[in-house]
Design a protein around this ligand. Structure first.
Ligand code: MN
Length: 486
């Protein structure tokens, strides 16, 4: 790969990047890495160059792409962070510093990795672009992983699947998440990967053929109904996420409907709903498979309409309908905030509340089990989204209860909760909430404080710590709580 290949991607994506500055950064990196050879026998400069290219592919800004070129300089060469700051300014230097600080701690499972994760969330809270550079860096490392010893291959692949994949998903960066996971899958689970590709690929290919036929029919139908189709294409679900989904469904592939999906991109939200109507008049939808993620976005802000339909030959396919902006956000998530100036459905900060929370805990004196548990819940566990009676969306970990919901709204609401309604039905305070539930909290202003028994079922860290603030230690010790419930 050459500098011109990088410049070509920048031109293709019409990025506002000063090519003279970029060239300077490239020359600086070349000079610094001069004579170094990587395990795959390539010149060392190839790797930062491709890292920068990936960042340009996802349309990141100038400083991030420059930092991508320089990201290994302080760690691997005689040039220092100060040299970078002198030549390229403090913003680029800060990004490179963030990457360097993530360190080279060896991954041995999440439990032993906490210190590195803490560092990562601190760096992310300071500037989220750090982790996006890390994703690009890792993605390129996966491409050349076969040159490394097997033990190292497995370690890097596992770290990618267990840490980077979930974080990319949480940030809504669909393209990077899939690329990272599928790149790591074969190294982390070699046998399953081989078996799985054999089992799935031919099936996906066959479905893609069906989809391409339906696609033609559908386009015509939408045009006849005066709905402009900006794009219509089939997409095969990422192998690793398919593998995960199959594990959840007892390996029954017949329960998986989105092996391949047909994506329809239309100009406006109104067109999305109109298109859904047209599609349902033409193809019979499966019951309970119509999902409106426009009215109820996923916690990572994913929006689309999904429906699963029988097409003419009796095959079942999933159709995803969205406008261009939603498509952009589904593919690039938080990274799309550096693309276009037009208003986004949410601000980058809204993606980042959880990052800030995790970074903050770093500063408090929580013990490691507590932090680990919180991490697993906040990042590595499924999230649900529920509604206030006013229609506001609240994002909570799976198995959260009305008490978690109440504390999420406000500490006083949590402290004064006496009852709850889910979808207008009275429920007990330990009822598990489900995505899409409308939750109403009943309070008693005279209530003095929380019930320590709630510690037995609350799920979120904020509820737990607020209940604890009230509790006298001798009281809650008597409850015989398990370590993570304390
Ligand atoms: Mn690197």
């Amino acid at each position: 790969m050459t500098f011109n290949d990088l410049a070509a991607v920048i031109k293709k994506n019409k990025l506002k990047v000063d090519l003279t500055l970029l060239r300077l950064a490239y020359d600086f990196a070349c000079e610094a890495h001069k004579g170094q050879i990587r395990a795959n026998k390539q010149k060392a400069i190839e790797h930062p160059l491709r890292t920068a290219q990936i960042l340009a592919e996802v349309s990141m800004d100038e400083s991030t792409i420059v930092a991508g070129l320089l990201h290994d300089v302080p760690e691997d060469t005689h040039k220092t962070l100060k040299d970078i700051k002198d030549d390229f300014g403090s913003e680029v230097a800060m990004l490179v510093e963030g990457i360097t600080k993530l360190g080279k701690l060896k991954y041995r499972g999440i439990d032993r990795y906490l210190e590195n994760l803490r560092k990562m969330f601190v760096a992310m809270a300071r500037d989220i672009r750090t982790i996006i550079i890390k994703f690009a860096d890792r993605l390129d490392n996966l491409e050349t992983l076969s040159a490394l010893p097997q033990k190292k291959q497995i370690r890097i692949a596992q770290e990618t699947l267990e840490i980077y994949g979930p974080i990319a998903q949480r940030l809504g960066i669909g393209v990077l998440r899939t690329a990272l996971e599928d790149g790591a899958f074969k190294y982390a689970h070699r046998k399953e990967y081989d078996k799985f590709t054999k089992q799935i690929s031919s099936r996906q290919d066959k479905l893609l053929q069906i989809v391409s036929k339906v696609q033609v029919q559908l386009k015509k139908e939408l045009n006849n109904n005066n709905i402009k189709v900006i794009d219509c294409h089939g997409r095969a679900k990422g192998l690793y996420s398919l593998y995960q989904k199959l594990l959840k469904h007892n390996n029954d592939i017949n329960q998986i409907y989105d092996l391949v999906a047909l994506r329809v991109i239309v100009p406006t939200i109104a067109d999305c709903y109109a298109a859904l109507g047209v599609i349902h008049s033409k193809f019979k939808p499966l019951k309970e498979r119509i999902k409106d993620y426009i009215a109820q976005p996923k916690p990572n802000h994913y929006r689309s309409l999904h429906t699963t339909v029988f097409c003419d030959l009796g095959d079942i396919i999933e159709i995803q309908i969205r406008d261009s902006k939603m498509h952009e956000e589904a593919e690039y998530g938080i990274a799309s905030h550096w693309h276009y100036k037009e208003a986004k459905s949410c601000k980058p900060e809204e993606y980042l509340n959880w990052v800030k929370e995790l970074a903050k805990w770093h500063k408090s004196k929580d013990d490691r089990d507590d932090y680990l548990q919180s991490l697993k819940i906040e990042v590595f566990q499924n999230r649900i989204f529920v509604f206030t009676p006013q229609g506001d969306i609240i994002d909570l970990p799976e198995s959260s209860t009305p008490v978690d919901f109440a504390y999420h709204i406000h500490t006083d609401i949590g402290n004064q909760i006496v009852g709850a309604k889910i979808n207008n039905n009275i429920v007990s305070l330990d009822e598990k909430l489900k995505s899409g539930d409308m939750v109403e909290i009943i309070i008693d202003k005279n209530r003095k404080g929380p019930n320590y028994d709630w510690l037995k079922f609350v799920k979120t860290r904020s509820a737990r710590s607020k209940i604890r603030q009230y509790a006298k230690p001798h009281l809650w010790q008597r409850l015989k709580l398990k370590p993570w419930q304390r």
